[in-house]
Design a protein around this ligand. Structure first.
Ligand SMILES: Nc1ncnc2c1ncn2[C@@H]1O[C@H](COP(=O)(O)OP(=O)(O)OP(=O)(O)O)[C@@H](O)[C@H]1O
Ligand SMILES: [Mg+2]
Length: 306
């Protein structure tokens, strides 16, 4: 049996019209989406004193949840539980996130992807069943979750799974999910010619039609002047083509790496910790967030980087 939605090639959700709802996406795993979500959310809360919510949409590899909670939570409100709730309206009404202190003065709120209880009780399976059997319902519920959270939070930062744009076959579930849940897309890529090639291709570009792209982030660039020059020269034309507001070149950075693999206990966000002085990237992340949170939203590829 072919599900109706599989035949519907032209499915393209209207983009969410809110530039303060950010989504971090890429086609490659390990490009740095979770790191960017945590650092950007933390800096936005820290610099602006804004109420910031983060959502971990990566149910298969819930690194944001694990990093901010130190491990998966045992139970409680989670993304999969909320999205699959029998009484979804009631679940939205009762939705509440978990606050995590990222410095002495700032906090961000987190919606964890899943808990151990969700795994044991089959809620994760229900989540994937909803996604694949009723993709339109899944996308609709996801959009409603964002709209509900926006009543409480000024900023929402979505950490998406690796295959953010192109789902299997021509089921464009992933991209439509992004279009419905982010009004400001941040594309995170590794500094390779292959990422540049893909970004330039028709595989991705047409699917971003009508979306506001806040930044193209070239992450983990080898810390050497020629590597920075290369990243800038290769990705700047692509940045212009996709019409992103900013182009950020972020060096490979030891504190970011160590925070990401859990090597430093109690370190959630490098950019708002004392370690920021040892971080090569912290000041670029700071510049990115300063521009990002201002009203400066012209698609002109403002360069941020070494
Ligand atoms: N600029 C950086 N410098 C050094 N290490 C980095 C940098 N950015 C990210 N990392 C490290 O790279 C690894 C992958 O980063 P991250 O988890 O943010 O990527 P992701 O795109 O969310 O990956 P996944 O596909 O697992 O969700 C982590 O260990 C992280 O600490
Ligand atoms: Mg991740």
């Amino acid at each position: 049996m072919v599900l109706p939605i599989f035949r519907k090639r032209e499915w393209l959700e209207p983009p969410l019209d809110d530039w303060k709802v950010v989504g971090f996406g890429s086609t490659k795993g390990g490009a740095g989406r979770t790191t960017m979500t945590i650092e950007t959310a933390s800096l936005t809360a820290f610099i602006k004193g804004a109420r910031v919510a983060t959502i971990d949409w990566d149910v298969v590899n819930p690194r944001l949840t694990q990093r901010l909670f130190k491990s998966l939570p045992m139970r409680g409100q989670t993304l999969v539980r909320t999205i699959t709730a029998k009484d979804f309206k009631k679940a939205l009404k009762n939705v509440s996130l978990h606050s995590v202190a990222i410095s002495q003065t700032a906090k961000i709120d987190v919606m964890p992807a899943l808990s151990y209880e969700d795994i044991d009780q089959g809620v994760v399976d229900e989540y994937f069943a909803l996604m694949y059997e009723k993709p339109e319902e899944y996308v609709k519920r996801s959009r409603e979750l964002i709209l509900t959270l926006k009543r409480t939070y000024e900023w929402i930062m979505n950490d998406y799974p690796a295959i953010t744009w192109v789902a299997l076959g021509h089921l464009s579930l992933s991209i439509n999910h992004v279009r419905a849940t982010a009004g400001n897309l941040v594309i995170v890529v590794d500094p390779s010619p292959w990422s540049a090639e893909l970004l330039n291709s028709k595989l991705i570009l047409p699917k971003l039609e009508g979306m506001y792209i806040g930044a193209l982030v070239v992450n983990m660039v080898r810390p050497a002047p020629e590597a920075y020059r290369w990243a800038r020269s290769v990705f700047e034309p692509i940045c212009r083509k996709i019409g992103a507001a900013n182009l950020a070149v972020i060096p490979f950075d030891v504190p970011l790496y160590e925070a990401g693999i859990g090597e430093i206990k109690n370190l959630l966000s490098v950019s708002v910790s004392p370690l920021k002085h040892k971080s090569r990237s912290a000041r670029f992340l700071y510049s990115l967030v300063s521009r990002f949170t201002s009203n400066e939203r012209e698609p002109r590829c403002f360069y941020i980087g070494p």
